[in-house]
Design a protein around this ligand. Structure first.
Ligand code: DGJ
Length: 721
């Protein structure tokens, strides 16, 4: 484990995987990325052929071309015709030939400035590889960090301008790597508002498959991550590699197969709406990327990513802390509430065993609907029937914690804040606004705005005993153009994200006891950048249990369950109009951090009894679901009729099976459980039956759904020996 430098070879070793880089002709060539190799002997001759129409830097060596060498920092202009890692303008061109100058091993994590970084841990080591382009007088530093016991590396790039002239970055990836030709598939998590994180898998063909966002946020439709796997890989077999970005703004990720079938992978900030000026002496750090590897199939890759994110990305004070069962008033009341109604909801919630009451949108300014008042963060005491502190005290007195909804990055035109500071919004001069949900976005690239928001929300948190914050963000960014020059406006989107990170870093450090949940109309910014500050995410505004199956399933590819809020809501469901049994709604939400979002005062006694049972059950299985290992058994996406997911820890097993439509004259599905101790006995709690681990794994259990409970089943086992 760790970093090894042997002659011109650099070994970056993780638990079972490694990356080997060779320095040759002062170029850095990628010799291996995959299963661990501790000694690299073969001098790579395969690329030493004269390939037609490739460029050769040395006239005497027609066999050496940047187009055929596997690299970690491709640039244009000298024979590499693939997607570049970097485009850096100096003088009248953007040609750069970075040549290796030195390598250093540094203990711990090197921090990308102003950006989300993984937490360091004992045994973490970083390799710093420096390269210099003599003509532009700029230096590139590539950082690769290994973490003890992990199969995930973190990596980013630092650019230093040590010339006497300014230079301009037009493109800079966070990481890039070239891999040998082979039949690969690429997996991405795609979707739209209310159907986030659907798993899409397709063959890699010649050309470029790319995903990106230009919305100013990572977006509902794409997640800043790609998985590359062998074509024959499945959940329990084969090699795979995940690239992920700790970034919440415009991003790109691609897999390119060139004319020789070789593969280039890259991930970083999107070039669109991006440029960055570096004055003499200035540096630029890219967002951090993660590279995870497994040769045991996609479930093992997911488990690696989930546990890395839980232990190195999610704020450490919350990483292992079980999350409260909440009641949120949004779908219960929308904007139409008074104090009485809130207290009635809280009464019911507390009697049913819930733990946190969340007051959603509508508590501030003249916020009677979503057309106004964003920015006016004063408490509407008329609506709350008194002060916020009094409401919080009343909620606390019922044995519930108190949470509050906010949307700090936004501003309504109909607000005192807008009337006072119209130039604080993101807006191109001379153009009219573009509205979305009738709101505008504050320019977090402006330090004055950043300071104001820090003070405003620090003040709210200081003056009230708030236990939880839901930080919403309900539109994407348009009209980018606040700068005086084109270059300034090209810098604005990234500067916005740096401003956002400054605000949330400040608030979460100042109020470390507050549990933050990020939300952007559900999962519009469900990325590792936000997760580094906010330990959980409202995964989707779609609360329909059946729609949630594929959203939650997709999220499990990379993100830990403990990061994902999941609520039981009313039927007919408000987004889909579907009626799903309460039991199934509970089973689905119990595969995440359980919460409720419906008017509890309107439920029958029978429904309340069912909910009280769900809450009781969830408290028993919560450690296993939120902190255990997740195994995917049946994939619900692309029209499949069934879904099954299993959670294990050392003491318990929870298996959830959902059959979406009832079927007739088919045999029931038999599921073979995963990851159990074959010699141990597992007691099925509800049925008072016991099974050996071997039986459950090798013979399996048949999913018979009892009459009246025809959509789903939750099996809860306790390990006995
Ligand atoms: C969008 C969120 O995703 C909802 O849960 C709710 O908080 C509304 N915003 C409030 O405006």
């Amino acid at each position: 484990m760790g970093i090894k430098i042997e002659g011109n070879l650099f070994y970056i070793e993780a638990q079972t995987s490694s990356m080997i880089i060779e320095q040759k002709n002062s170029d850095l060539l990628l010799r291996h990325l995959g299963k661990k190799i501790s000694q690299y002997h073969f001098s790579n001759r395969v690329h030493e052929r004269d390939h037609a129409f490739s460029g050769n830097p040395d006239p005497n060596v027609r066999t050496y071309s940047y187009d055929t060498q596997r690299q970690i920092l491709g640039t244009h202009g000298f024979g590499d015709f693939r997607q570049p890692a970097l485009v850096l303008q100096h003088g009248n061109n953007a040609l750069n030939q970075f040549k290796f100058t030195e390598a250093r091993v540094i203990e711990g994590v090197v921090v990308a400035s102003g950006l989300p970084n993984p937490y360091s841990a004992e045994g973490a080591e970083t390799l710093e590889l420096s390269l210099v382009d003599d003509l532009s007088q700029t230096r590139v530093k590539l950082y690769y960090t290994t973490y003890s016991g992990r199969d995930t590396l973190s990596t980013f790039i630092r650019i230093e301008n040590f010339s006497k002239e300014k230079v301009i970055l037009h493109r800079i990836l966070s990481t890039m790597c070239d891999l040998p030709a082979a039949p690969y598939d690429v997996i991405s998590l795609q979707g739209a508002y209310a159907r986030e994180k659907t798993v899409r898998r397709q063959a890699v063909e010649q050309g470029t498959f790319s995903i990106s966002s230009n919305r100013g946020a990572s977006g509902h439709s794409q997640t800043p991550a790609l998985i590359l796997c062998e074509q024959e890989a499945n959940d329990y077999y084969g090699e795979s590699l995940a690239l992920q970005l700790l970034y919440s703004g415009n991003f790109q990720a691609f897999v390119q197969q060139n004319q020789l079938n070789e593969i280039r992978l890259g991930i970083g900030i999107n070039d669109e709406n991006f440029a960055w000026e570096l004055k003499p002496g200035e540096t630029f750090d890219t967002p951090v990327a993660l590279i995870s590897y497994s040769d045991q199939g996609l479930t093992a890759l997911s488990q690696e990513s989930q546990s890395f994110v839980q232990s190195h990305i999610i704020p450490q004070q919350f990483a292992d802390v079980e999350r409260p069962i909440l009641i949120n008033n949004w779908e219960a009341t929308y904007f139409d509430f008074q104090k009485d109604k809130l207290l009635q909801l809280a009464d019911e919630a507390s009697q049913l065993g819930m733990e946190l009451f969340v007051l959603d949108d509508g508590w501030f300014g003249h916020r009677f609907d979503d057309n106004r008042a964003l920015g006016d963060w004063w408490v509407n005491e008329e609506k709350l029937g008194g002060s916020l502190n009094q409401l919080i005290a009343d909620i606390h007195a019922k044995g519930l914690r108190f949470g509050l909804w906010v949307e700090p990055e936004m501003i309504s035109e109909d607000s005192n804040l807008y009337r006072k500071y119209p130039d604080w919004v993101i807006q191109a001069a001379g153009r009219s606004h573009t509205y979305s949900r009738n709101q505008l976005v504050l320019n977090f690239a402006n330090p004055e705005v950043v300071e104001y928001i820090k003070l405003t929300f620090d003040d709210i948190l200081r003056r009230h005993a708030i236990d939880y914050i839901k930080w919403d963000y309900n539109r994407n960014i348009t009209n980018v153009g606040n700068g005086d020059t084109y270059l300034e406006t090209q810098m604005q989107s990234h500067a916005y994200i740096l401003g956002l990170y400054e605000v949330i870093d400040y608030l979460t450090k100042k109020h470390p006891q507050v549990l933050f949940e990020s939300c952007s109309g559900g999962g519009g910014r469900n990325d590792l950048g936000m997760m580094r500050y906010f330990p959980q995410v409202w995964a989707s505004d779609n609360t329909d249990a059946i729609s949630r199956l594929s959203i939650q399933y997709g999220s499990s590819y990379l993100y830990p369950t403990i990061s994902m809020g999941a609520h039981v809501s009313a039927v007919p469901n408000h987004q889909m109009g579907r009626v799903t049994p309460l039991k199934t709604r509970g089973h689905v939400a119990m595969m995440g951090n359980l919460g409720y979002e419906l008017d509890l005062t309107k439920l029958s006694d029978l429904e309340k009894e069912e909910i009280a049972n769900q809450v009781k059950r969830y408290k028993a299985i919560r450690p296993t679901v939120q902190k255990g290992r997740l195994y995917r058994l049946l994939n619900p996406s692309r029209g499949a009729n069934e879904m099954a997911v299993q959670f294990n820890d050392d003491k318990q097993v929870v298996l959830t099976y959902v059959r979406i439509l009832s079927t007739i004259e088919t045999m029931e599905t038999t599921l073979k459980l995963k990851g159990l101790d074959p010699d141990a006995t597992y007691k099925l709690v509800d049925e008072d039956k016991s099974y050996s681990g071997a039986e459950l794994m090798y013979a399996g259990l048949t999913m018979v759904l009892p009459q009246g409970d025809y959509l789903s089943k939750q099996l809860y086992f306790v390990k006995e020996t």
